[in-house]
Design a protein around this ligand. Structure first.
Ligand SMILES: [Fe+2]
Ligand SMILES: [Fe+2]
Length: 181
């Protein structure tokens, strides 16, 4: 498998989650309510899987190694754009968490904010995936030898191996800091 293999497999799961969020957006519109626990679960997926596990491998390994190469102006521009989109995803997710907290505490006006930010993710993220799968990953592959590509793949597996431990260590640490959390 090439290094981009696991990243593209992860894209497929992210797309499946986005399809679920899209359905829920339809329900929000029809019923004028949302289950805050669904929003929690979607945020957990976005933060732990899409951002930490998936963007983590892209930024900390692939983009790091690409940064050492003599990238074309266009490839560097696209890489910067992808990084900016990851930042946009984080900001949007943070806004969803804040609106969901307000909603859970009885502020029904926060529902519009939840829906608007979920819609922003559902609208922008498929384009981000498309850009990586169809344009950036093939272009990036050309900068690496087979050995370099396989070294990144090995580092990806090692990165993933740590993720489940990191997630639950941070859960325990959160409870230790604030037991009522
Ligand atoms: Fe990305
Ligand atoms: Fe990606």
């Amino acid at each position: 498998m090439q290094a981009r293999g696991p990243l593209m497999i992860e894209h497929r799961l992210i797309e499946r989650m986005l399809a679920i969020v899209k359905n829920v957006l339809g329900q929000i519109e029809a019923e004028k309510k949302v289950d805050p626990l669904f929003v929690d679960a979607a945020v957990d997926f976005i933060r732990v899987y899409a951002d930490r596990t998936h963007h983590g491998k892209e930024e900390d390994i692939l983009f790091r190694d690409l940064d050492k190469k003599d990238l074309s102006v266009e490839d560097r521009r696209v890489m910067d754009e992808l990084i900016a989109e990851h930042v946009f995803g984080r900001k949007t997710t943070k806004a969803i968490v804040e609106a969901n907290t307000r909603y859970r505490n009885g502020d029904e006006s926060a529902l519009a904010g939840i829906a608007e930010k979920l819609r922003a993710l559902v609208d922008f993220y498929p384009r981000h995936i498309q850009k990586e799968d169809k344009v950036f990953f093939p272009a990036a592959r050309a900068y690496f030898t087979d050995e370099e590509d396989q070294a990144m793949l090995a580092e990806f597996w090692e990165f993933d191996r740590k993720m489940i431990h990191e997630k639950y260590e941070s859960l325990v640490e959160g409870f230790e800091r604030d037991p009522a959390n």
